[in-house]
Ligand binder design. Structure first.
Ligand code: DP6
Length: 326
């Protein structure tokens, strides 16, 4: 059987950086994110007894050997769970650059997990899907449920899962994903996290996170953009502080990244409630309310060094669609 899934990327408001278990991808802390409407992956999977080897292709791009092997390990986990042996054909496409700190692995493994389970006709719950997506890439578990999502840390594989805090219709936020460099990042998130404990600041980060999670949830509940923005920026800067003090240090920002951070601070002084957050790459996510989106886009037009801007509203989680890629 063939199945196709669409899964959004997500932007973390409170970030995941570091694992308790590398194999299972159990995180050092819980995290909170919003699904993105304009940055997503579509994946079609077909298992068949006629296929002799798994094949994986990316439309408009190429997977490295390592990435292909990671996808096949994902298929193996789904096959094992379903008690099936058939090999698969996988075709996938992204609406945004892969590996540039805009979380293609999140939407990618969320789409692979849902399409894989559906293609095998295996029964599943949303929680199970989040657990399997997590084993492909931690942040992928947050792309399964709708809208605003919490990934609960957990101590075992079964209790490290994601849930929707609010549907995508809860609050009309925007994430303007400002692409300043669409090339593949040099150090992957998986590799970067392996040395997280070499930073002397990781323990302070982990102590600070529970109260940030609370503040973030309260701000989401009250739809308070200033309270949300403050905690988002605090956590982003804290994560990058940890990254930059790891051995070897991880510096993902470039001059345009820094320029946008400074511009955001100036725009705020001018009365525009817009806040930045940055994942493991140089691209900047600007968070604001829908009513201020055009104002921020106008401001961005005056800056140089920007390749393009992807406009995102809060999106539903991963879901099946009927338009197959092959
Ligand atoms: C900085 O989920 O890509 O974007 O589990 O090793 O695949 P792996 O890592 P990944 O890490 C995302 C890190 C981040 C922050 C976040 O999205 O929470």
């Amino acid at each position: 059987m063939k199945a196709t899934a669409l899964a959004p990327a997500n932007i973390a408001f409170i970030k995941y950086w570091g694992k308790q278990d590398n194999e299972l991808r159990l995180p050092l802390n819980s995290s909170i994110s919003m699904n993105l409407s304009g940055a997503y992956t579509i994946t079609t999977v077909e298992f068949s007894p006629k296929v002799t080897a798994d094949s994986v292709s990316l439309l408009g791009g190429e997977f490295s050997q390592e990435e292909t092997a990671r996808v096949i390990r994902g298929l193996d986990r789904i096959r094992k769970h379903s008690g099936r042996m058939d090999r698969a054909r996988v075709v996938t496409k992204n609406t945004f650059p892969k590996g540039a700190g805009s979380a293609a692995s999140a939407s990618g493994f969320a789409a692979l997990t849902l399409s894989g389970f559906a293609a095998l006709g295996t029964a599943f719950t949303e929680r199970e899907l989040t657990v399997f997506a997590r084993m492909g890439s931690g942040s992928a578990c947050r792309s399964i449920p709708d809208g605003y999502v919490e990934w609960r840390q957990g101590k075992t594989s079964d209790d490290s899962y994601a849930v929707s805090l609010y549907p995508n219709t809860h609050w009309d936020l925007r994430d303007l994903l400002v692409i300043v460099d669409s090339r593949m990042k040099k150090i992957s998130t998986t590799e970067g996290m392996e040395t997280v404990t070499t930073s002397p600041f990781i323990s302070a980060r982990l102590r600070a996170i529970p109260s940030r999670l609370d503040r973030c949830k309260k701000a989401l509940q009250k739809k308070d953009i200033c309270a949300l923005g403050e905690v988002i920026e605090e956590d982003c800067l804290d994560m990058h502080h940890v990254m930059q003090t790891q051995v070897p240090p991880l510096t993902y920002w470039n001059d345009t990244t820094r320029m946008i951070i400074e511009a955001t601070q100036v725009w705020r002084k001018m009365g525009i409630p817009v806040y930045f957050t940055i994942d493991a790459g140089p691209n900047v996510h600007l968070i604001c309310e829908g009513k201020n989106e055009q104002l921020v886009i106008e401001k961005l037009k005056a800056l140089s060094g920007i390749e393009r801007v992807i406009q995102n509203s809060p999106a539903k989680g991963a879901h099946l669609i009927q338009e197959h890629l092959f």
